[in-house]
Design a protein around this ligand. Structure first.
Ligand code: ADP
Ligand code: ZN
Length: 173
């Protein structure tokens, strides 16, 4: 983000799936529009869930318009000179700190980490439980798989399971 000749800043909204990251991003985008900022919203081209490829949506159905991109370089290419706020949904898809997240968390001015509700026990949830055929996914299952409730659950640290190959998956919730 650039305001005149002054450099802008980075805000990161982190947290488990269903913790309200998209809701919070949409809230900040709407507030920036109210503040008459020129805003561009980007999202991954992989993510066509809910309202479709050109819309940023929440699990609840809230939406704003967004431009799908393949990679972060494309964001720089599409950024209009007059744009003051750049919003990016889903910089990564899983609980492991891979991709740009560690760097973004380190250099951001503002970091908010949100929690969901654990679907097993009702406590605050900080983990994405990946399910394959309704069972906790093995630790080495492929990384990227876009999905909603059928593939991932929000769970607390206590209820989160990452079985090894020598564990009996059918015994795990
Ligand atoms: P995120 O972008 O973090 O995945 P969203 O903003 O898309 O989250 O969705 C948040 C909404 O999801 C909540 O306001 C709530 O209505 C709904 N929701 C569904 N399951 C859960 C859960 N286990 N915990 C909290 N909210 C949930
Ligand atoms: Zn729990």
């Amino acid at each position: 983000m650039q305001h005149g000749t002054r450099p802008g800043g980075i805000e990161v909204i982190a947290g488990v799936m269903f913790s309200g990251k998209s809701e919070e991003l949409i809230r900040r985008v709407r507030r920036a529009v109210i503040a008459r900022k020129r805003v561009q919203v980007f999202k991954s081209h992989l993510d066509a869930r809910y309202a479709g490829l050109y819309t940023l949506s929440t699990h609840d159905g809230g939406t704003v318009e967004a431009e799908p991109v393949d990679c972060s370089e494309e964001i720089m290419g599409r950024r209009r000179p007059e744009t003051e706020v750049v919003a990016v949904d889903e910089v990564h898809f899983r609980g492991l700190p891979f991709g740009p997240m560690p760097t973004l968390l380190a250099i951001a001015e503002i970091v908010d980490k949100l929690q969901a509700i654990c679907v097993v026990c009702g406590d605050a949830a900080s983990r994405n439980q990946r399910l394959v055929n309704g069972r906790p996914a093995l630790w080495d299952s492929p990384t990227i798989m876009v999905g909603g409730r059928e593939s991932y659950e929000a769970r607390c640290r206590h209820c989160h399971r990452v079985p090894r190959h020598d564990e009996d998956q059918t015994a795990l919730l």
